[in-house]
Design a protein around this ligand. Structure first.
Ligand code: HIS
Length: 374
């Protein structure tokens, strides 16, 4: 043993212990989300924490190079990466071990992911992620199912005033390939300026046709109207009709907004993406959308899914339950303790005479046969 602070429980930046009662709250929230998606027929898969780097990287179409925490595996002498996102792993499972299963394939997952870097918005690097992926379809019906479940899971977890912010991640490349052509190499600049919502810079790039996209952002009704006023032909119409039907499915359950050019964090999503927010939870608590899985050969498979990030919910005190703890004095009949646990009590047994209800953080003590509040 040294006196080095690392041996005294110091953890690397962005990593933390969950203590009571938060660790239990996190487990309960995870259970709630998984139970919700299971009730829609989603079957759980549980991929490993780390795998060969290539397996994580090339799995999703559009999924670019990622910031990965890598380790060299002494056993295989290969580079392994710790998963930063479970969606790509589910894609791998769907296109390999479960390739023979009928589509649409509905899979659910929950577990820890690790990001290489913390961000200012999110100081944690290890995050508890839970979600569902619908493999074999990326249409409007799939989006409605995925978003309905995400909102239902958040509601069951105790999140109020849910907002779904819809976006069209591939909008600029789609318009550039059709009605609003852009010179080769300028798509990225236009996207970057749209991110900044910098109208002057967009005009300076000669991309005036894209300006109305900035003004369209806002509550879904008026935003769709403004988008429909943009004369960009079929590509846009079918997307807007889709968004409308999705918003209708969420009516009364969530506030729906549209930010058509938002693409922050949407690395591999295609025609639709969404971010989820809740009352008093600060930043984003979930995200998802449509994407394509790279299958055998050059084949691709459409998919749609969502991931929730449960740590902000835990930090906000959600998932906490009954904190009652019943002190059971020395010499109590074990059968009585058994029946109290069967009634739902959490019993804390004295091991010696020195143990007391107060010291052990109990809220109740057994008085004869009956629990009494302290
Ligand atoms: N896994 C993605 C969200 C997602 C799930 N399915 C499709 N997209 C994320 O956490 O950003």
């Amino acid at each position: 043993m040294t006196s080095d602070p690392i041996s005294k429980g110091l953890l690397p930046e962005g990593l933390r212990d969950r203590l009571p009662p938060d660790a239990e709250a996190a487990a309960r929230l995870l259970r709630t989300v998984l139970d919700t998606v299971a009730s829609y027929g989603y079957e759980r898969v549980s991929p490993p924490l780390a795998e060969f780097e290539e397996g994580l990287v090339g799995q999703l179409k559009l999924g670019g190079a990622q910031d990965l925490l890598r380790i060299i595996d002494p056993a295989s002498q290969r580079t392994l990466a710790l998963r930063p996102d479970i969606t790509a792993q589910v894609g791998r499972i769907a296109s390999t071990r479960m390739a023979h299963r009928a589509r649409p394939l509905r899979l659910a997952y929950g577990g820890e992911v690790l990001k290489l870097r913390a961000t200012q918005l999110r100081p944690e690097r290890q995050l508890l992620q839970a979600g569902a992926e619908l493999i074999g379809s990326d249409g409007v019906a799939a989006a409605r199912e995925i978003l309905t479940m995400a909102v239902e899971a958040l509601t069951a977890a105790g999140v109020g005033e849910i907002t779904v912010d819809l976006t069209l991640p591939d909008l600029v490349p789609t318009l550039a390939a059709g009605p609003f052509p852009l010179p080769e190499g300028q798509i990225e600049s236009v996207r970057a300026e749209l991110d900044e919502k910098d109208a002057g810079a967009i005009a300076a790039l000669g991309a005036e046709a894209y300006l109305p996209l900035i003004r369209a952002a806002g509550p879904i009704g008026p935003a769709l109207e403004r988008m429909r006023a943009i004369d960009a032909g079929d590509a846009l119409t079918s997307r807007l009709d889709g968004l409308q039907q999705i918003a209708e499915a969420l009516e009364g359950r969530a506030t729906v907004t549209l930010d058509p050019t938002e693409r922050h964090g949407f690395e591999y999503q295609s025609w639709i993406g969404f971010s989820l927010f809740g009352a008093e939870l600060g930043g984003e608590i979930g995200r998802g959308g449509s994407y394509a899985i790279c299958a055998e050969g050059d084949a691709e498979e459409p998919a749609m899914g969502f991931s929730l990030y449960l740590d902000p919910l835990v930090d906000a005190g959600l998932g906490a339950k009954d904190k009652r703890r019943l002190f059971v004095p020395l010499g109590t009949d074990p059968a009585l303790a058994v029946s109290l646990r069967a009634e739902g009590w959490r019993t804390v047994a004295a091991l010696t005479d020195a143990d007391s209800a107060e010291r052990l953080g109990c809220t109740h003590r057994l008085d004869g046969q009956t629990p009494q509040p302290l």
